[in-house]
Design a protein around this ligand. Structure first.
Ligand SMILES: Cc1ncc(COP(=O)(O)O)c(C=O)c1O
Length: 316
């Protein structure tokens, strides 16, 4: 769908690619399908096979969904930052959900989750780890499916904004666009405190986007620019779009739209930007969309528009 952001005195059209419409509710449905398809192609999976994966939520929901359909067992290793909505969703589809205990130095849990994965693999030697962090099937599905779909849907696109965590979505879409367009800008989006692009680590609130490790997929030529967004800017954008347009975006999508607005301000020539919105508000009803939770995390007044690069929003 298209919206208009008021940036300075100009209204700018922005395309939102709403990945919440995937069967499991997020862009990670595509990643999960790519990972499972690659394992099946190498003959590693049979009915009853046991998959284990580390996830901040969405990949877990997608793997639980596909495991139920294809008769695999699935154990998700998540952490206390995940919204209970996503954990319950995984469990309702038969997944075993384990929460990694100890936070890393920056308050995230990736290293703790990976240690738990190694323990599970040692306990059940027949279990299989798709490993979204290193498996080339992750960027490949976005190269072969997500990116051509974007180009079909918006042939004149001149900039695309993509949230990064493993970097699989950005690497896959970026490489494809490089092969078909000499001009379209590929912009990676991350949150402050994340190490995906090598910036210093720090506490982060939003899940899904960001990581305490650099991406193993991304190469410098895969993207043109990176925009780093504060948690507050992303959350404010989510609430502003929800309150004014009734569009419920997830936290990383809020970061992507906030980044796009900032980029458009600096690039008046861009006419057809697209924001990849990885998931929707349904995944964050107990966290980013819960005022008591926000207040407990230092977000007393969410809608402080001064931090944003846009001043108003409309449906296009
Ligand atoms: C909500 C959300 N945003 C962004 C991303 C980033 O995707 P990637 O791991 O492909 O970089 C994810 C991945 O888990 C996600 O769940």
């Amino acid at each position: 769908m298209d919206i208009a952001l008021k940036i300075g005195s100009r209204w700018r059209k922005v395309g939102l690619k709403l990945e919440s419409y995937n069967p499991s509710g997020s862009i990670k449905y595509r990643t999960a399908r790519g990972l499972i398809r690659a394992l099946e192609a190498s003959g590693l999976l049979a009915p009853g096979s046991h998959l284990v994966e580390s996830t901040s939520g969405n990949l877990g929901v997608a793997l639980a969904f596909l495991s139920q359909v294809r008769d695999y067992r699935f154990t998700a290793v998540t952490d206390p930052k995940a919204d209970p909505v996503m954990l319950e969703h995984m469990k309702s589809m038969g997944a075993v959900v384990i929460s990694a205990g100890e936070p890393d130095e920056d308050g995230s849990y990736l290293l703790s989750r990976l240690a738990m994965i190694r323990r599970l693999l040692a306990e059940d030697r027949a279990s299989i780890w798709p490993n979204q962090y290193e498996n080339p099937a992750n960027p490949e599905i976005h190269y072969h499916e997500t990116a051509p779909e974007i180009c079909r849907q918006r042939p004149g696109m001149d900039a695309v904004f993509i949230a990064a965590s493993t970097g699989g979505t950005l690497a896959g879409i970026g490489r494809y666009l490089r092969s078909v367009s000499a001009t379209a800008k590929v912009v990676g989006v991350d949150v402050r405190g994340s190490r995906v692009f090598g910036y210093p680590s720090g506490k982060r609130l939003i899940t899904g986007i960001g990581s305490s490790c650099t991406s193993l997929f991304l190469r410098p030529g895969d993207y043109d620019d990176v925009v780093i967004v504060d948690d507050r800017e992303a959350v404010t954008t989510c609430h502003y779009l929800q309150d004014n347009l009734g569009i419920g975006l997830g936290g990383s999508a809020g970061a992507v739209v906030a980044a796009c607005a900032r980029y458009l301000k600096a690039h008046p020539e861009i006419a057809q930007p697209v924001c990849i919105c990885p998931d929707g508000s349904a995944n964050y009803l107990n966290t980013l969309y819960n005022y008591a939770w926000l207040a407990g995390h230092g977000f007393g007044s969410v809608l402080n528009l001064e931090s944003l690069a846009f001043s108003d929003v409309l449906k296009w």
